[in-house]
Structure formats: C-alpha cells, structure tokens
Design a protein around this ligand. Structure first.
Ligand code: UD1
Length: 381
C-alpha cells in the first residue's frame, strides 16, 4: 500500500484535490491510501468549508491553524506544523498543488525530511519574481521528485531551468521525473459540467439556471490589491463597463479587507455597490461559479484558476495582470493581458465582447489527469 500525504490549504487546492481524492476512492483504494492535511491558509466558511461540502472532500485528518497576517509568518507557522505531522505520518509521497504558501511550506518540510514531493501543476512560470506565487513555484519544483505538468509550455519552462525531461528511474530529488498529465482543474470542470447538464435537462430548470450577468469579475492578487492605484483603476473600469453590461463581482477577503482600510477606495466602492448593474457578493461556491461561467459573455480576472475555467467554458478572458503563466491562452486569442490599466481593461473588454474568440484548442490534456497521476504513483513507488 502506497501512503500519500495530500496537502491543501487554499481555495484552488480544495478544487484540485477533489479530483485526486475521488479517483483514489473510486479506482485505487486497494493500492493507494492517503492522509489529508489542511494548512488553514483559507479559513472563512465560503473559502474553505463550502468546498469540502459541495465537492465531497473527506474531512481533513490534520487541521493546522495558520491565520497569520504576513507571508513569512504564515509560511513559517505552516512549515513548523507540517514538519511535525509529516514526521509522524511518514508517507511515501507528499503531494502538493499549485503555487500558494501552503505548497511551499509543505514542499520545504517534506524535502528536508527526505520525503519525496510530488508537485501537481509543476513548471508554471510568470517570470515575475515579485509575485509570491512565482517564488513558491520555483522553490517547490526544485525540491520535488515528481513534477506533474499541465501544459506543453510548462515542460519548456522546466527544460529552460535545467530539468531533464527524459530522466529515468530511480527518481529522486536529484533526478526528478517530469510527467505530462494535463490539467487537474479541467477534469474537475468536466465532471461539474456533466452534473450541471443533467440537472438542466428540462425547460424549467434551464430557465432557472440562466443568469443575468454579462461579466464575472474577480480580483485578489497581491500585485493588484496591495497597490491602491491598481485597485482603483480596476474598480473604475468595472464601473465604466457597468454602463453597458451587468457585472457580478464576488469579492475575495483580501480585496474586501484592503478596500475597507482605504478611505479613497471605501468611498469609491460605495457608489460601486449602489450601481444597479453591479452585483457585489461573497466568494462563490465552485458549482455556482461554473454555472455563471456558462452564461456570461466574458471573464475579467487576475486569478490563474479562473482564467483556465473561462477557457474550459469557451469564454474570453481579460487578464488583470501584465503577464500570465498560461501563455497558450494568449497565443490562441482566447485571453488578453490588460494589467491594472483603466483604458486597457475597458477597451479590451469591449473589443472582445464585440468579436468573441472561437478558437479553443486542446491545451490542458484529456481530462484524465488524476488517473495518470495515480497510475504513475503505483508504477514508481
Ligand atoms: C492565495 C494564494 C494565491 C491563490 C489564492 C486563491 C499565496 C501566496 N497566494 O492568495 O496563489 O490564487 O490564495 O484564493 O499563497 N483571508 C481571510 N479569509 C480567508 C482567507 C484569507 O480573511 O478565508 C485573508 C487573510 O487573512 C489575508 C488575506 O485574506 O489577510 C489574503 O489571504 P492569503 O491566504 O494570504 O492569500 P490569498 O490572497 O487568498
């Protein structure tokens, strides 16, 4: 029996882990067993608990409390607690996802205990090291033994950093395996859309499911939230777009907090909230977000996950950043980079709505990522 410690902590990780856990339970329970460890990075009900319920994720075997206000303090708290837990559990593999502080803390704790790290969504790069996520990704990849890669550009990124794409067993931290698996979020998306389609099989439920929004917008990246001018430019652009479009704006706790601490933004946000075309709400459940995506015209976001989900739903995306890890989305014309610039956001959104992209090639694999990963563990442990 191969023992995995699966580490989650932030919203996108609950989504990614749900696919892996479901596949282990359904198809591999005789050879793979796991402990689920929650780092406590996200703790609000609608950032954490709601995902465990709607995505049928097992209750964590270990729950850490890490509500710290700074990057360093949060990572340190998680690192210390994860080291203790991993030392006790002694898994064959420590499985981490994506690019959050949880990912980094777990990768550091495990690699120093000589527990091999498996990184799901390895090789992504924005080539902007001022982002905490970029630091987290680079460090995590460089202390992993198995790098599970979502896209071809991620393979190229790893090659550029000196990883050997053709390494062969025995794998180790010094000779890691690089495995193209496709994207685990695509797999989750497909299964939720299948459920959604089943529940929309009659006219009445189709009408009920139709939403009244043209645009869904989310903001949470530090580069936008922690810069008053950036956040102001984005909010101003949303207000301007609300003259012609109906917008839903699920607000992330980080963004909410920053607005409430700035007099300028607080005042501006009030008029924003009173606008009848803008619906400000709490963070949405995954299910609700997927449902909304089916009907909007366009997505405006700085989230990596939502950029991809827009693409899965064949919707265009205006990325509220100057660079993206998912470069294929730009190359095929499905997404565009607008930064935190008022004119860019308004002009590019309007242009894309008028001329909707139609080319959505198969970039993210075949939707069987968790199977590929489980089979890999079995053949290589
Ligand atoms: C984190 C990840 C980011 C990921 C995002 C998904 C890092 C560096 N960033 O960003 O890669 O895309 O999660 O949402 O790991 N807070 C609450 N309630 C919560 C969670 C957070 O109030 O449930 C507060 C925190 O106390 C903090 C702020 O929001 O003040 C930011 O939270 P944090 O965990 O640092 O990162 P995110 O911005 O969510």
């Amino acid at each position: 029996m191969i023992k995995l410690s699966i580490i989650v902590g932030a919203r996108p990780q609950f989504i990614k882990a749900s696919a892996l856990l479901k596949t282990i339970r359904k198809h591999f329970k005789n050879c793979l067993k796991f402990d689920l460890i929650h780092s406590g990075q996200h703790y609000d009900k609608n950032m954490s608990e709601v995902f465990f319920k709607t995505m049928q994720i097992d209750k964590p075997n270990y729950q850490i409390t890490s509500k710290q206000s700074t990057q360093g303090a949060q990572t340190a708290r998680m690192l210390e607690a994860l080291e203790q837990i991993l030392n006790k559990v002694k898994p064959h593999w420590c499985v981490v996802f994506g690019d959050t502080n949880t990912t980094l803390a777990a990768a550091l704790a495990a690699s120093k205990l000589h527990i091999p790290v498996a990184h799901i969504e390895a090789g992504m790069r924005s080539y902007n090291k001022t982002m905490p996520e970029e630091i987290n990704r680079i460090f995590t990849d460089h202390c992993s033994t198995a790098l599970f890669v979502s896209t071809k550009s991620a393979l190229n990124n790893l090659q550029k950093e000196g990883f050997n794409l053709n390494s062969y067993p025995p794998y180790s931290i010094n000779n890691p395996a690089i495995v193209f698996t496709g994207d685990i979020m695509y797999e989750v998306y497909l299964s939720f859309v299948e459920e959604l389609n089943k529940s929309m099989s009659n006219y009445h439920s189709q009408e009920k499911m139709k939403n009244k929004f043209d645009i869904v917008c989310t903001i949470h990246r530090q580069e936008n939230t922690d810069n008053e001018q950036h956040l102001y430019q984005i909010l101003k652009a949303i207000l301007s777009l609300a003259q012609s479009y109906r917008i839903i704006f699920p607000i992330h706790p980080r963004t909410q907090k920053i607005i409430s601490h700035s007099d300028k933004l607080k005042k501006f946000f009030l008029s924003f909230k009173q606008n009848k075309n803008i619906h400000v709400c709490e963070p949405l459940s995954y299910e609700k977000m997927i449902q909304i995506l089916q009907n909007v015209k366009i997505v405006l976001t700085d989230s990596g996950g939502l950029q991809k989900e827009a693409f899965f739903a064949q919707k265009p995306c205006v990325i509220l950043r100057n660079e993206t890890e998912w470069t294929e989305l730009i190359h095929c014309g499905a997404a565009t980079l607008a930064g935190a610039n008022y004119d860019n956001i308004v002009n590019q959104t309007t242009k894309m709505i008028k001329n909707l992209p139609t080319f959505f090639p198969e970039i993210f694999g075949n939707g069987k990522t968790s199977h590929i990963i489980c089979e890999w563990f079995i053949s290589n442990s």
